[in-house]
Design a protein around this ligand. Structure first.
Ligand SMILES: Nc1ncnc2c1ncn2[C@@H]1O[C@H](COP(=O)(O)OP(=O)(O)OP(=O)(O)O)[C@@H](O)[C@H]1O
Length: 232
């Protein structure tokens, strides 16, 4: 394990058991990410971006290969270990927000920290800090169904930040937003990278984040075909 790398993936392969041969969604994917990078995962539909993010997020397990994140051997984790990993090591932002519909904005943001055993007072203070930073202070007691798409995604970003994760993973975070709100989400991720030193991995079809990201990995048919520095 190279200590300067926050992510080390080696020969990651994921075959979905479907039909006689299975679907090879990722094949021998090898890369490292250093702390503080903002990496875009690009590639056509079906190229393996969501599959790779699911492995990095501990939402799925590889068929073979090795994965270390923040020094943790993710492949070796038990189910219980993976739950802790999802709570503490990564923060995940989804295209369709995935907020709990019966909890308010503030409750949605606090929940992962409370589940991880943090005190209510400390959690509330941290949630209020991030929600204010995300300009959500006037929506604290709204339910997700009472939010715009942009507000829902800003809530999901606050939730992803509440446990101070080593890595923020975002799967098409602008995909359900109009262009103005999409640009705002990219600005937020850019600021988290630039001003707060966060490591970000974002899957996207579009060029919306090309100016704020530092690197892009292009996937094609489950393999990395291009690994390129971006100018920012
Ligand atoms: N649960 C599954 N069972 C079988 N095949 C799957 C499953 N999930 C994904 N696949 C297949 O794996 C491949 C990679 O899918 P993946 O969702 O990772 O691609 P993607 O690049 O994220 O696509 P998109 O941009 O459309 O979201 C595709 O061929 C897809 O059909």
């Amino acid at each position: 394990m190279n200590l300067s790398s926050i992510i080390e993936a080696k020969n990651l392969t994921r075959v979905y058991p479907l039909g006689p041969v299975g679907v090879v969604a990722l094949k021998d994917v090898t890369f490292t990410v250093s702390s503080g990078e903002f990496v875009l995962l690009k590639g056509n539909s079906g190229s393996g971006k969501s599959t790779l993010l699911a492995l990095l997020g501990g939402l799925d397990r590889p068929t073979s290969g090795q994965l270390h994140v923040a020094g943790i051997d993710v492949v070796a984790l038990s189910e219980r270990g993976l739950t802790q990993y999802r709570r503490r090591v990564v923060g995940i932002v989804f295209q369709s927000f995935h907020l709990l519909p019966t909890l308010t904005v503030l409750e949605n943001v606090c929940l992962p920290a409370l589940l991880a055993g943090a005190s209510y007072e400390a959690t509330r203070a941290k949630a209020l800090h991030w929600l204010q930073w995300l300009d959500m202070q006037d929506r604290l007691h709204h339910l997700p169904g009472e939010l715009s798409g942009g507000e829902a995604q800003r809530t999901a970003i606050a939730r992803a930040l509440i446990n101070d994760p080593f890595v923020i993973l975002a799967d098409e975070p602008t995909g359900n937003l109009d262009s103005r709100n999409g640009a705002r989400v990219v600005d937020i991720l850019g600021s988290l990278h630039r001003d707060h030193g966060r490591t970000i991995i974002m899957a996207t079809h579009s060029s919306i984040a090309d100016d704020v990201a530092t690197r892009q990995l292009c996937l094609q048919d489950g393999t990395i075909v291009n690994d390129q520095c971006l100018s920012s």
